[in-house]
Design a protein around this ligand. Structure first.
Ligand SMILES: Nc1ncnc2c1ncn2[C@@H]1O[C@H](COP(=O)(O)OP(=O)(O)OP(=O)(O)O)[C@@H](O)[C@H]1O
Length: 348
């Protein structure tokens, strides 16, 4: 993976809140991260941690009301080379950015594909809108894109409707549609979760291959750390609407400094875990006990404290800041140095 080191997207202190009858839900509460050109950044966390609200904020697709971006900036440099703050761009300009500079693929392609239009019409529409091509040229681009994402007989498939395709093929169509205008940033929100494991692996392979060809950056949203290991350069771990850890993927897997990340890592199956002796109980993966906190009733201190086996009294007093643990790795845990120490002792 090649990085030019140039920042494509910088999210600074983003706060996206929802006004509900029960109070204000602080879904994203002061989130900061960046993505460099050509890089894949994974955002991980359990359901409800604020991953999707973060990506929808970047696309400016938060339903307003009840949602609102109340603070922060989202700086993005599009194909025109000009840096813009997405938070306050006029809607007309956002429409030029969506699908052209930033594309998004979702977990369930059927919710994004229109059942009454052919695949070719749907891919072609974005190409006509953003690239000023006529219908015939747009159809040719659509056919080429289907070929690129490995759909057999694309000249025929381009005239078919979404229901004529399998789930894996539809996800390929979504990718073709998302990439048809050569976006600088692809946001992939759990793009393979609904697919079976073999197809999942094929789609991830395809995304990696296309990224190398096109050179785009990917913001990969997932709760699956196995997928992170395969896809990402860097990882942002979210919990309760905040970033709790961030770092290089190898470093995070080798030396997590936040107990929530440690918990996530302990709950993924690894090679070897599969060895199951018939008649013996299966080796159980350690799930993190408890649930993500109710966003309307967050504890006063560290939001992970009620579930944390390392919690001490100070943890419930104030939300910890992000500590710089070195080498671009940050963690929001007051005990991170003790984990580092313990690891050194184990390795010594
Ligand atoms: N339209 C809305 N109105 C009120 N609350 C919302 C709305 N959309 C999201 N939220 C809340 O924001 C919080 C974060 O949700 P978000 O969908 O970003 O989580 P997530 O980490 O992406 O989870 P998942 O993996 O399930 O998509 C949740 O508590 C959710 O209930």
């Amino acid at each position: 993976m090649t990085h030019q080191g140039e920042v494509l997207l910088a999210v600074n202190g983003l706060k996206t809140y929802f006004n509900t009858d029960d109070g204000v839900v602080k879904s994203v509460d002061g989130v900061t991260f960046h993505i460099k050109k050509g890089e894949t950044l994974a955002v991980v966390g359990e359901s409800g941690s604020g991953k999707s609200v973060t990506s929808l904020s970047i696309m400016r697709l938060i339903p307003m009301p009840p949602g609102q971006i109340v603070d922060g900036e989202i700086l993005f440099t599009g194909k025109d080379g000009v840096q813009k703050n997405i938070v306050n761009l006029p809607e007309a300009e956002m429409r030029r950015i969506r699908g052209n500079d930033i594309s998004m693929i979702f977990q369930e392609p059927m919710t994004s594909l229109n059942p009454v239009y052919t695949i070719g019409d749907q891919i072609g529409e974005a190409v006509m809108l953003h690239q000023g091509k006529n219908k015939r040229e747009a159809l040719a681009v659509a056919t080429e894109m289907l070929r690129l994402v490995g759909i057999p007989a694309p000249e025929k498939r381009v005239n078919e409707y979404p229901h004529q395709m399998s789930g894996g093929m539809r996800q390929r169509v979504m990718i073709a549609m998302a990439l048809s205008c050569n976006p600088a940033l692809l946001i992939a929100d759990e793009p393979t979760t609904a697919l079976d494991v073999t197809i999942q692996a094929q789609i991830l392979d395809l995304m990696r291959k296309l990224q190398q060809e096109i050179g785009m950056s990917i913001l990969f949203i997932t709760h699956n750390l196995g997928v992170v290991a395969e896809m990402a350069d860097r990882v942002v771990v979210m919990y309760g609407g905040r970033v709790v850890e961030e770092g290089d993927v190898v470093e995070i897997f080798k030396a997590p400094r936040h107990p929530y990340t440690m918990g996530l890592l302990n709950s993924i199956p690894r090679a070897g875990d599969a060895a199951h002796v018939p008649g013996q109980p299966k080796q159980r993966l350690e799930a993190i006990p408890g649930n993500v906190p109710n966003p309307l009733n967050l504890p006063p201190g560290c939001p992970f404290e009620p579930r944390c086996k390392f919690a001490v009294e100070a943890c419930s007093e104030a939300v910890p800041p992000l500590f710089d643990t070195g080498g671009g790795h940050v963690a929001r845990c007051i005990r991170w140095q003790e984990f580092e120490q313990a690891q050194h002792e184990v390795n010594a």
